[in-house]
Design a protein around this ligand. Sequence first.
Ligand code: GCU
Length: 671
Amino acid sequence: YLNKNEELLSNISVYGKTNLSASIKEELKRALPKFLAADFKLNFKDRYQNKILIAAETEVKEIAAGSKEISSILNNVEFGELDEEGYLIKYFKEQDLLLLTAASDQGLLYGVFALLREIQQENDLLELDLLSNPKNNLRMLNHWDNLDGSIERGYAGKSIFYKDNQLVNDLKRIRDYARMLASIGINALSINNVNVSYQETRLIDDKIEMVITIADILRDYGITTYLSANYASPMQLSSIDTADPLDEKVRLWWKEKTAEIYDEIPDFGGFVVKADSEGRPGPFTYGRSHADGANMMAEALEPHGGLLIWRCFVYNCQQDWRDKETDRARAAYDNFKDLDGQFKENVLLQIKNGPMDFQVREPITPLFGAMPETNQVLELQVTQEYTGQQKDLCYLIPQWKKVTDFDTYAEGENTPVKRIVDGSTYNQKNTGFAAVVNVGNDQNWTGHHLAQANLYGYGRLAWNPDLSAVKITEEWIKITFGQDQEVMESLLRMLLYSWSIYEDYTSPLGIGWMVNPGHHYGVNVNGYEYSRWGTYHRADHEGIGVDRSVATGTGYAGQYFKENAEKYETIENCPDELLLFFHHVPYTHELDSGKTVIQHIYDSHFRGVAAVKELQGHWEKLEEKVDSEIFENVNKRLKMQLDNAVEWRDQVNTYFHRISGIDDKFDRKIY
Ligand code: GCU
């Protein structure tokens, strides 16, 4: 590979004088010798000579004025098709020149990472003709990090940012993190937990230095810094005794505070807000709507070009399990739908993919597409809170593809979620993707080595949700492990099936929640059955499931546009995979698969455990082929996963065997 491309690669001219151009040069200097060969020499020129030219549009045009060669290609460079952050990489045969260009240095940076990806995959550079614009303007990650260094729902060590209410000493790690995020196209980062407590509230006040330092690092990689803000900040940080969004003192306080932040960080992104949710303060306290609350903060950000990202995870977490009318699944839609059209232009509603909370299987939140005059952002969870906590392998790209491709029918057939949140359906620009990130200060970032693939895949999907899961997965495997065919085949299987395997041995047919309360790892069939969180399976000796139909249940099914509402409304039409989410059925109910519900429960749980053993088999075969530390890391976790799966299988099967009194058709061991 090197032989063929060496000449090209050893003559690179990089133009540009910004901090981003400096990052570009640094990346090339670090990466190329590593990817190619130890004795590989990089011949950098900041004057154009030949071979590879990396320069933004304006510079290319300047060079063309003095170079026949460059001016001869200008007509074949599609500058007009490049968006602000997009890039073009194209080889010109006659001139023997590889051009990487973009409208901005940010685009160039993404282009350089794309070029490096091509090289890592050993793709032929002479074939390159690649124009790529991000489909989403906002490509964000949310940290749930606290200043004491802990991470809410973190499974890969402590925070990479904070320790003992200070910044960590090793800022280099933050820089490496920024490099990693830029390489997958992330352009926005909120750096503290959405549950903002005392210390974190001070980030917009006497602890702003910490934010400035982080923002300075992230900026070099095109990443904008956001903060999660405490809705009641004026009450903690000033003598004002209210957070009423219509109170003049409160409004003024936010305006002044926000202006102070922008004095220090002129390109500050804005705030992420969790209000009136799980005990957090919010406008409901003052009898005001979420539009009042969001607009008040958005108004403070507006003169500085900042965004206000308001989360729709608002529900009653004080429910009585005896109450069968209240349905948590309805909450986002019920709380927000009627506010459509009332939010300011710089308000973005951030909506979780499902109506409950990142379960292994949930329907898609019906609010997507239901607010045509409101900017919507899709929220995913990369950190594996309910999906194995980075002990169990659960590769989530296939799940997310189901979400992004889900047809809402908002504007008739073919209005998928991805076309709502990329702004194209309703012609919006303040839209995109956000996700709770899965990294910590573990050496390999994500605890489980293979959990890196979730982060990688998230970035790639946020850039282009049309990429297939297979394409993303193959890419990750190649750039992480190289070209070996056996490694590719084994890992492809392991990753692509892991979500359905996890679903098999955990909670069946969309019911969710049979986890241990609090930390949410491992099985506990009734863990949330009699609690206040609105998360019930309603199993008795005859049947299981929650009736969410309009006809006889909570009416949740009716929140969808007609085509989906009709599909979910009846037991006959509802797809098996979500049957128990939408309906209460007897254990003897026959699924589309021809099995009864109870037999499905038994079969899927036995199958799930068997499949984990197969995962182990695939991985063991790779022992000689992957780095020994990585091998051990994954091996150890697969053992934990097997223990976990066995426990899930036996408790779930035993519970439903006891309660239904129906035997397994195949007479397997149930305790
Ligand atoms: C889940 C999670 C919480 C988190 C919340 C949120 O409920 O368990 O830790 O704070 O989601 O998204 O705000």
